[in-house]
Design a protein around this ligand. Structure first.
Ligand code: HDD
Length: 693
């Protein structure tokens, strides 16, 4: 069904403009003769041309030379940050016209669809690193609008580590593996990262996010996205509003827990991309609503933080998020290198109606992205690569350079000219020409930042105050883990001192876990009691909880109860939960009535960590090895607070673990003739108030 669904999908997408454009670049070798790149048919591809069967290879073997040369040049530099990423296609549909605020063409007509390409990523790790590491996730969206490409290059966290882009290279040098031994990979748990943090305290708020569960998303489909900066919407009358962009996942915001994330990194380093790929193949298209926070220009100075400071959120309770459309991701790429690796995002790719602000982080980013593509994609023509091409016509007097594909006809490549009627010609605002918002600016040239940028801790405490007790515990654990890996006692002490300005409760626990003394406190009133505001929107506790697309391990043994298995799988399927049959070995398992079901995974190839729930059915013929292995599996799921459903012979295994009475354990005896308690427990996902074994 998945293949068919995808074919159907591809078919209907023929009307989709970007898809149609990409089609003209696709190449399919099926049924074709092999040729050189010059089109000459090849008769032999396994033996190089030699002087005699045992003789040396000949220089004139043009096929060998071409094949080898191309291979030698296959790699391009990985992204300096966000190297590990995965891209998918989709469409954005507008719910509500934004004409009042912006003339951006794709935000005018409700119901209108715009093609998009989204690349999700981690930040620190190399291109081959594991995906479930503690890190920020990139969430970059390219809208192929009729008036040019608009790139919303965001993250899954709404703030950033610094206020001014000039600090970005320092920060990344500190975050990346240490230069003398290139360790650790894809991890912030090391000395230079924390040394940077303690000595650049504007990072406090962002670090709270990174130490929270937001940094280990369960799925790219279950995380928020944020444009981070204040941008500007500009309408037809030239009036401007500040705007922040948000992506809200329809499946809610969900995370792994740390020990699970570590386990998954080994079991399936591709966990997040596999989840995305498979769900799109199955037709479970991930969807995100686009929200905007809009602020009139006159309100710029109404807040106790600077609205241009990228280390601050605009609390949703003060400036509501207005939902204006929905993005559905509905097609996987045909080729990861051609599309995901070669896509070039740039925060400076805006369309008429969207403009910048003076956020000093945004301003610096406007330089960095084109610059990095020049080296990564080998010259100034990367906009001609199929995935980067706008769907609208593009013409100018830029010419030549490495890899130029366009054949610009005519004699003239300059403005002004008379020989070509001055074409390509500029157009005015009213004909769609981009005109920068005429913000009045004046000032002395100065390397400094305003006093409104100086408070680094209030919103870090706001974040802490807004967390549920479980989320707070996870933040304490994360700090303890990360600082536990830091070797320098001085760095650890500095970090404890720094975050004591966020919460005494946090630092009391972390210091105890590290066996260190708590910092000397001038003021014994904890910051969390001095600043008591909360922002409920920051907690993941009350997020949407849907069963759809969750994965349940269904453990069966020889002579399993067929009725129980059918009952479970039918009901899970109906609720949109994916049952995956697990047993001692792969392949056919025989039921009590001689039916067979194929195990898709075994205790050797899988573990509880990669599932959202565990259903244990067992069988009449459970040998000691099965009993031991399945109990390991169940116990791991139990320790990860997951729902555990025990039916038929499976109940004995759960009884033997003495967990039947614990929260989130559903046994057959508790079922009221239907599967509702099972689906409810699986939708709930975690049962935190469970004593660990
Ligand atoms: Fe950046 C890539 C997001 C600050 C410089 N950034 C990159 C990507 C994302 C972000 C999602 C991956 C794009 C892709 O998938 O190809 N970056 C952010 C956000 C930031 C941010 C949300 C803060 C609000 N970035 C930032 C600063 C600088 C950069 C301050 C430098 C001045 N970012 C880059 C870069 C990258 C990049 C070096 C590496 C690869 C690329 O651009 O295409 O230019």
């Amino acid at each position: 069904m998945s293949k068919k669904k995808q074919t159907d999908e591809k078919h209907t997408e023929q009307q989709n403009a970007k898809h149609a454009q990409l089609e003209s670049y696709r190449s399919d070798g099926r049924g074709q003769a092999m040729t050189t790149n010059q089109g000459v048919k090849i008769s032999e591809d396994e033996f190089s041309l030699k002087a005699g069967e045992r003789g040396p290879t000949l220089m004139e073997d043009f096929h060998f030379r071409e094949k080898m040369t191309h291979f030698d040049h296959e790699r391009i530099p990985e992204r300096v940050v966000h190297a590990r990423g995965f891209g998918v296609h989709g469409q954005f549909e507008l719910y509500e016209s934004m004409a009042q605020y912006t003339k951006a063409d794709f935000l005018q007509r409700p119901g209108e669809k715009t093609d998009v390409f989204v690349r999700f990523s981690t930040v620190a790790g190399s291109r081959g690193s594991a995906e479930t590491v503690r890190d920020v996730r990139g969430f970059a969206t390219k809208f192929y609008t009729k008036t040019g490409n608009f790139d919303l290059v965001g993250n899954n966290m709404p703030v950033f580590f610094m206020q001014d882009a000039i600090k970005f290279p320092d920060f990344i040098h500190a975050l990346k593996p240490e230069p003398h031994n290139e360790m650790p990979q894809a991890a912030s748990a090391h000395d230079t990262f924390w040394d940077y943090i303690a000595n650049n305290q504007e990072s406090a708020h962002m670090v709270m996010w990174v130490m929270s569960d937001r940094a280990i998303p369960r799925s790219f489909r279950m995380m928020e996205g944020f444009g981070v900066h204040a941008f500007r919407f500009v309408n037809d009358n030239g009036e401007a509003h500040f705007v922040k962009f948000h992506w809200k996942p329809l499946l809610g915001v969900h995370s792994l827990i740390w020990k699970e994330a570590q386990r998954v990194a080994g079991l399936d380093p591709d966990y997040n991309r596999r989840d995305l790929w498979e769900n799109i193949e199955e037709g479970n298209f991930p969807a995100f609503e686009l929200g905007v926070q809009i602020l009139p220009e006159k309100d710029e100075f109404k807040f106790d933080f600077d609205i241009l400071d990228a280390t601050k959120i605009w609390p949703e309770e003060n400036i509501p998020v207005q939902i204006i459309g929905k993005m559905t991701l509905n097609r996987n790429v045909d080729n990861v290198f051609a599309e995901t690796e070669q896509v070039a995002f740039h925060v400076g790719n805006v369309v008429p109606g969207i403009d910048f602000t003076n956020d000093p982080l945004l301003q610096g980013r406007l330089f960095s992205y084109t610059d990095t593509q020049l080296i990564r994609l080998g010259g100034p023509n990367f906009h001609e690569i199929p995935i980067n091409r706008p769907i609208c016509p593009f013409h100018n007097n830029q010419r030549d350079g490495y890899g130029r594909r366009t054949i610009d006809v005519g004699q003239v490549a300059y403005q002004n000219n008379s020989l070509a009627n001055n074409d390509p010609h500029t157009v005015t605002d009213s004909h769609g020409g981009y005109v920068h918002y005429q913000e009045k600016v004046e000032g002395n040239k100065i390397r400094a930042r305003g006093s409104s940028f100086k408070d680094h801790f209030t919103q870090a405490t706001l974040f802490w105050n807004s967390m549920s007790p479980v989320e707070k515990q996870h933040i304490k654990d994360a700090f303890s883990f990360e600082l536990g890996k830091v070797k320098s006692p001085s760095v650890r002490t500095q970090v404890l001192d720094m975050f004591d300005h966020v919460s005494h409760d946090l630092i009391n626990t972390v210091a105890a876990n590290l066996g260190m003394t708590i910092p000397v406190r001038k003021n014994n009133t904890p910051p969390e009691q001095l600043y008591t505001k909360t922002s409920p929107a920051l907690s993941m506790e009350n997020t949407t909880k849907l069963p759809t697309t969750l994965r349940a391990a269904v453990i069966i043994a020889d002579q399993y109860c067929e009725k129980s298995l059918a009952f479970v799988t039918d009901n899970l399927n109906q609720a949109g939960i994916q049952p995956i049959i697990i047993s001692e070995h792969l392949g056919p398992i025989t039921g009590a009535g001689e039916q067979t079901r194929a195990a898709q995974d075994s205790f050797l190839t899988s573990a509880a960590a990669v599932f959202d729930a565990i259903v244990v059915i067992g069988g009449a013929n459970m040998n000691p090895n099965f009993a031991t292995q399945s109990k390991h599996f169940i116990q791991e799921g139990y320790d990860q607070y997951k729902p555990i459903i025990a039916l038929a012979a499976g109940t004995t295994l759960v009884d033997e673990l003495t967990i039947s009475e614990q929260p989130g354990i559903v046994t057959y005896a508790q079922l009221p003739n239907n599967a509702e308690p099972i689906i409810t427990a699986i939708s709930e996902r975690r049962f935190w108030n469970r004593p660990l074994l």
